[in-house]
Design a protein around this ligand. Structure first.
Ligand code: NAP
Length: 283
């Protein structure tokens, strides 16, 4: 069997087109959806990510403002700026690019963002809303993974989903979203004794570890759906995921590629969350 690909680029294009349409409708009512992005310091990867976020937003009609500050900005100055953005009715989404410089407490910074504007979905109120099924913002990466599963028409009810990784921004919210769709969910992590025994039972595997070849063909049940969140570099320096793609595609029913899988979906879901924040504010 050769797995079908879940094309993240194509799906993200469709989602961006939907965002554009809804943004036009909101603008026609006099509301300009707006995202404020804060970047502290000069981490090169963060500079690239924030530039992408601004460009993606602009292309879909959202207004994005990037504020950059030197690495020695004080924590209290950053918190004051976030409070001012919280109070600004023209701003619907606030995103503080992580990682922050070491002298700042990232949790404190994230908790200062108003949950109504927490479009990254990292605030404890957003996490709590996700766990309890209340309206809130879902973190963009697991949200994008759910859209990918939806796109192939899989009914998750009663399916066994195995999530490898338990970070607050990917693994844990991913497991919650799968649970909401009535999957039976197993969460694996670095202390899991026999990962292969778990993944071999899975109808859906989500790998979110950050290590190459965490999931190989012998660990996958024939026909399973495999979502690869990982972003690593191979020996040639090329971007690759956590999944041994060439091996796993011989066994799985569906698989996401890296690049061109979860990455573009993460970017697209930030636009969806920002638009949603603006629509809620306009209601
Ligand atoms: P993280 O915070 O480092 O979490 C990694 C998780 O993997 C931890 O829960 C860890 O377990 C677990 N783990 C480590 N080694 C393991 C092993 N051998 N077997 C099973 N589990 C193991 O990373 P993250 O932020 O969740 O990100 C995960 C990956 O996704 C990274 O490659 C990251 O770059 C990528 N990512 C991609 C996107 C995207 O848009 N494509 C977005 C976000 C993240 P413990 O908890 O026990 O330490």
């Amino acid at each position: 069997m050769t797995a079908q690909l879940i094309d993240g680029n194509a799906l993200a294009r469709r989602i961006r087109a939907e965002v554009s349409g809804r943004t036009q409708a909101l603008k026609a009512r006099g509301v300009q959806p707006a995202l404020s992005i804060i970047l502290v310091g000069d981490d090169p990867a963060s500079q690239v990510y924030t530039r992408h976020k601004v460009n993606d937003s602009t292309e879909t009609g959202l207004k994005a403002t990037l504020e950059t500050y030197p690495a020695d900005l004080s924590e209290s100055a950053l918190l004051d700026r976030i409070r001012a953005l919280n109070a600004d009715p023209q701003v619907h989404g606030i995103l503080v690019q992580l990682p922050l410089p070491k002298h700042m407490d990232a949790s404190k910074v994230i908790e200062t963002i108003s949950p109504a504007k927490d479009v990254d979905g990292f605030h404890v109120a957003s996490a709590g809303a996700l766990v309890t099924g209340q309206p809130g913002f879902w973190p963009c990466t697991p949200y994008g993974c759910m859209k990918m599963l939806e796109s192939i028409g899989i009914d998750l009810r009663g399916k066994h989903a195995v999530v490898i990784g338990r970070s607050n921004i990917v693994g844990k919210p991913m497991a919650q979203l799968l649970l909401q769709k009535n999957a039976t969910v197993t969460i694996c992590h670095s202390a899991t004794r026999d990962l292969k025994a778990m993944t071999l039972q899975a109808d859906v595997v989500v790998a979110a570890v950050g290590k190459r070849n965490v999931l190989t063909a012998d660990m996958v049940k024939p026909g399973a759906v495999v979502i690869d969140v990982g972003m690593n570099r191979n020996d040639e320096g090329k971007l690759c995921g956590d999944v041994d793609f060439e091996g796993v595609r011989q066994v799985a029913g569906w698989v996401t590629p890296v690049p061109g899988g979860v990455g573009p979906m993460t970017r697209a879901m930030l636009l969806v969350n920002t638009l949603e924040a603006a629509e809620r504010a306009a209601r």
